[in-house]
Design a protein around this ligand. Structure first.
Ligand code: SF4
Ligand code: SF4
Length: 56
């Protein structure tokens, strides 16, 4: 399963810069992960200041 970004996201963009497959983009009020591209590496969770990306 892909990671997802919760509503805790403050839109800083740090996760998008760290994603090795470019799966994260700016969405409506928060960043979103393309589930088809995500390889479950967890880099986004490590980069996020508010712990918004969640794995399964
Ligand atoms: Fe990108 Fe890895 Fe986060 Fe998936 S888990 S969105 S591949 S940084
Ligand atoms: Fe949102 Fe966290 Fe990504 Fe920043 S690093 S855009 S707060 S999910």
């Amino acid at each position: 399963m892909a990671y997802t970004i919760t509503d805790e996201c403050i839109g800083c963009g740090a996760c998008a810069a760290e994603c090795p497959v470019g799966a994260i983009s700016e969405g409506d009020g928060k960043y979103v992960i393309n589930a088809d591209a995500c390889i479950d590496c967890g880099a986004c969770a490590g980069a996020c200041p508010v712990d918004a990306p969640k794995g399964e």
